[in-house]
Design a protein around this ligand. Sequence first.
Ligand code: AMP
Ligand code: MN
Ligand code: MN
Ligand code: MN
Length: 278
Amino acid sequence: MPAVIDLHCHSTFSDGVLAPRDLLARARDNGVEVLALTDHDCISGLPDAQAAADEYGVRLVNGVEISVTWAGHTIHIVGLNVDLASKALQDGLAATRAGRDARGQEIAAQLAKVGIPGVWEGALRYVGNPDLISRSHFARYLVEIGVCASVSKVFENYLVDGKPGYVPMRWAALDDAIAWIRAAGGMAVVAHPGRYALTDTQFWAFFTQFRDQGGEGVEVVTGSHTPDQYGEYADVARRFGLRASRGSDFHSPTESRMDLGGGPPLPKDLVPVWRDWF
Ligand code: AMP
Ligand code: MN
Ligand code: MN
Ligand code: MN
């Protein structure tokens, strides 16, 4: 059983700042034995990651983080151990990414109206993969030009619902995302459940649907949770009979709360998502 395992992080193929090879080098330096690269709506960074993982002696898990819209809320579903050759997964991800370009243009148009011009061109300089233009790239550019002091401040003031650069998106349906992951032989895991603004009733309905549609796991320890939330979502895993996952959600050495491999181990009584993998 590996001692240090991190099943959630991002590279330049989505909104991370490190290329897959640099991410794997950092994982090795941090003592990570098993790493899943889980770029948003995209699996094209995984071949580079695999080459570096082989060289550095880190075990790579092929992953992805799919953007889902459920009851009007954006929810992220991580797929672990997916087969990169799966046509169902490839096509599903392509469809999920499709609106990102137009949305980015609209974000820029809205920001131009409040007196911040040139944001499209500016954000593009931070984009590593033209298929995957994310709000994070806009945020980095707005920090660069001094609109806000930090990426999280940009989100708070410009990129979330009710703010001038917010453009609503309709991402994948929950049942589709789970089906794509399963068609690719993978395991579907609810990413950072503590981040969603669901009512108690919605939360219960969401997890019930997730499990009934073939979802198998939930992130308990993640850089997106506070230590109090580790216990809270461990209880959710127990109550719904889900396996537990852990991952840093690392994006950048300067922006991320948790480094690769960080965080405490999962509570001993939970079944880890990787139980049957090694
Ligand atoms: P997108 O998929 O383009 O809507 O971008 C979502 C990404 O933005 C997330 O995966 C995070 O990396 C980042 N993000 C969302 N909210 C925040 C926040 N409040 N502070 C910093 N980054 C955020
Ligand atoms: Mn992200
Ligand atoms: Mn996420
Ligand atoms: Mn993530």
